[in-house]
Ligand binder design. Structure first.
Ligand code: DC
Length: 219
C-alpha cells in the first residue's frame, strides 16, 4: 500500500481550523479528523458519568472516554457515544468551559493521539488541532498554522452562533477567547516547518484555495 498523506492544520481557538480542514479535505478527496472533537467528547463523557468537574481524575475521564468512537460521515469523522452522534453536546458551554482542563491530562492526550493516528492509518487525511504538526504527525508532508486577530475570531464565532454582533458582545467574546488562548497556550505552538496562514484578511474560500495550492505543490 502506498504511504498515506497527512496535512496538519493547527492554531488557536476559533481560527477556523475545523471548517477549513473539512473543506480542504473535500477538495482533495481526503478525510478530515478533528482532534479537538475528541477532547470535547471525553469532556462530555466525563460530565455524563461525574457531573461535578471538581471530582474528575484522569481515571474518571479515561474510563468515560471508552464509550467514544469516531465514525466517518461524508468527508469527516465524528465522535459517537452509544451509537449516537454527540456533535451538539460537545459544542455546548459546559463542555467548552471544562475541556481545557481535560486537555491538560497527559494520558488523555496519549489516548487522543493514538485514536487520531489509528483513525488516520488507512486514509489520506487533513487533521486539525493544536499539536498535530509538532507531536502527532511530526513528519506530515504539509503543516499549516492558522492564525487570525482575536477580534476577528470573536466576530466569526458570534456570527456562527447566529447572535447579534453588538460592541458589548464582541468585547465579551474577545475576552473569553483570549482567556482560552492563555489556557491552551502551552500546546498551541507552530511546528518549525509550518506555513503560517493569517486568515484575518482572507475569506474562507481564499484560505482553502491557498492550502489546496500548497498541497498540490508538494504532491
Ligand atoms: O479546537 P477546539 O476548541 O475544539 O479544542 C477543544 C480543546 O481541546 C481546547 O481546550 C484545546 C484542546 N486541544 C488540544 O489541546 N490539542 C489538540 N490537538 C486539539 C484540541
Amino acid at each position: 500500500m502506498s504511504e498515506k498523506k497527512v496535512i496538519t492544520i493547527d492554531g488557536p481557538a476559533a481560527s477556523g481550523k475545523s471548517s477549513t480542514a473539512q473543506m480542504v479535505a473535500e477538495r482533495l478527496g481526503f478525510l478530515h479528523v478533528d482532534s479537538g472533537s475528541l477532547y470535547r467528547a471525553a469532556t462530555a463523557a466525563a460530565l455524563r458519568v461525574v457531573p461535578d468537574p471538581a471530582e474528575w481524575t484522569e481515571e474518571v475521564v479515561l474510563g468515560a472516554a471508552r464509550a467514544i468512537s469516531l465514525l466517518p460521515a461524508r468527508s469527516s469523522f465524528y465522535p459517537v457515544m452509544g451509537g449516537r452522534s454527540v456533535e451538539e453536546e460537545i459544542r455546548g458551554d459546559r463542555v467548552t468551559a471544562n475541556v481545557s482542563a481535560v486537555a491538560k491530562m497527559p494520558r488523555v492526550r496519549d489516548w487522543v493521539n493514538e485514536t487520531v493516528r489509528n483513525t488516520s492509518a488507512d486514509h489520506n487525511v487533513v487533521v486539525d488541532g493544536r499539536d498535530i504538526g509538532t507531536v502527532v504527525f511530526p513528519k506530515a508532508r504539509l503543516k499549516i498554522f492558522l492564525v487570525a486577530d482575536a477580534e476577528v475570531r470573536a466576530k466569526r464565532r458570534l456570527i456562527q452562533k447566529a447572535g447579534e454582533v453588538t460592541d458589548a458582545r464582541l468585547a465579551e467574546e474577545t475576552r473569553a477567547l483570549l482567556e482560552r488562548d492563555e489556557r491552551d497556550a502551552s500546546q498551541t505552538v507552530p511546528a518549525a516547518d509550518a506555513v503560517v496562514v493569517d486568515s484575518t484578511i482572507l475569506t474562507q474560500a481564499e484560505q482553502v484555495a491557498k492550502i489546496v495550492a500548497l498541497a498540490e505543490d508538494r504532491a
